[in-house]
Design a protein around this ligand. Structure first.
Ligand code: ADP
Length: 407
């Protein structure tokens, strides 16, 4: 009983204890064959490393993705054969999902949304989704397990979907804008007098059409973000001026809800090199959320202050807040918290996703604190050195004065 020498007798099943040495060898051999068959018929790539990040096992599918025969891969350092990129930036070994999984004893999932690419041994890069877990033995981390798959097809479908949304929303903008213009003309009496009842109906039509325009504009922005086609064109800009423009757009909503707005713009605030249009999107979304999600008679505070390295924009409200369980999902596309969905049927759940995506590209940050039924504070930090420029073909933040007119 060779195996028993190192193991607790009680841990071995009765049939193993009663087996002959030859039987055991045969069974071990059969199990190894079976494991080999399972690994090679898996469609997902599997790589297992030891604690020194050396590859100890790799299946055929992973070998095909890496363009490396499994025999050649075993024994090599994982980072040597597994070059990962996020978009076009090489991920440093210390920041790789394997390191994070091993260091934090955590499972790391990398989806299509994270834009990870694997550069294989032929020098080709392919989009991948991954699940990385620490390999645990008796609670101790002894290595890592990486499951990965090529998501070229999913990426193509995602791209086609974004292109369709972009095209459809672009086409919808023109007729919706003309509807607004014509309603405005009728309301202004350009084609004859309008009685009270007609005015009421036209006002409802106008507001509903404005909501459609906002939705279409948000969808257009999201598709341009997802396709990576949007431009960041930084210019030296006075941030309070942009904040004031965003507040002017909200005048009627602030008045209707009797919201007190307090503003604090630091005197030592320098002009910062930001894209004015994108900065307007940021102010406008944060401030309109604060007004929308604060009950009548509440307060919204806006401050813009420099720190050593950044300019911090803070928007605080005394509103409904965000339930704790919903807080981790708040920057996800189309997400709206339960407490808000009950009260307000009109939002799109796209504004914060747009802000976060802009800042991810521009080099800034956004975060928040929120206490349900007490209020929320959203903060955006933009480097004093300014936003990072980005080439592209399309602009974000589609609103013109007519669309923003508060009737
Ligand atoms: P929308 O406001 O159109 O729903 P956003 O992306 O701007 O979309 O916001 C997503 C969700 O985040 C909101 O639906 C709401 O649940 C929550 N949220 C954002 N800002 C606030 C705020 N100031 N107070 C409470 N909840 C907020």
């Amino acid at each position: 009983m060779v195996l028993m020498a190192e193991n607790d007798n009680n841990n071995l099943s009765t049939d193993i204890r009663d087996s002959s040495y030859e039987d055991l060898i045969l069974r071990i051999h059969q199990e190894k064959e079976q494991l080999g068959a399972i690994l090679s018929s898996m469609s997902e790539g599997l790589v297992v490393t030891d604690i020194n990040r050396r590859i100890i096992l790799i299946n055929q599918a992973a070998g095909i993705l890496l363009r490396l025969a499994p025999d050649e891969a075993v024994g090599r350092n994982f980072g040597e054969v597994f070059q990962l990129y996020r978009k076009d930036q090489l991920i440093k070994r210390e920041d790789s999902p394997l390191e994070r999984a091993i260091e934090n004893k955590n499972i790391i999932s990398i989806s299509l949304l994270e834009h990870f690419y694997l550069k294989n041994q032929n020098g080709r890069t392919l989009p991948v989704a991954m699940q990385v877990a620490p390999l645990l033995l008796n609670g101790e981390v002894t290595g890592g397990i990486i499951l990965l798959r090529d998501i070229t097809r999913e990426q193509e479908v995602d791209q086609a979907k974004s292109e369709f949304v972009s095209l459809a929303s672009h086409q919808l903008r023109t007729p919706l804008s003309s509807i607004s213009w014509f309603i405005e003309m009728i309301l202004d009496g350009d084609v004859g007098p309008v009685n009270k009842r007609q005015q009421e109906y036209l006002d409802v039509l106008y507001q509903s059409n404005q909501r459609l325009i906002e939705l279409v504009n948000d969808l257009l922005d999201v598709s341009r973000i997802d396709l990576g086609t949007f431009i960041i064109d930084p210019k030296l800009t006075d941030l309070p001026t942009i904040a004031e423009e965003a507040l002017v757009d909200l005048t009627s909503k602030i008045k209707i809800k009797n919201i007190t707005v307090n503003k604090k713009y630091s005197e030592s605030l320098p002009k910062v090199s930001v894209d004015p249009r994108l900065t307007h999107v940021i102010f406008s979304n944060l401030l309109s959320n604060a007004v929308k999600y604060t009950p009548e008679g509440g307060t919204v505070n806006l401050s813009i202050e420099p720190t050593d390295q950044e300019v911090v924009i803070t928007v605080t409200d005394t509103g409904y807040g965000i339930p704790l369980a919903d807080q981790p999902k708040i920057f996800t596309k189309l997400f709206r918290a339960d407490n808000i969905k009950e009260r307000d049927l009109e939002g799109t759940g796209l504004g914060l996703y747009i802000i976060k995506s802009i800042l991810n590209h521009a080099g800034g940050r956004v975060w928040f604190d929120s206490l349900p039924d007490h209020g929320s504070t959203f903060r955006v930090a933009i480097p004093l050195a300014g936003m990072t420029q980005k080439e592209g073909t399309k602009i974000l933040g589609f609103t013109n004065n007519s669309e923003r007119k508060n009737r």
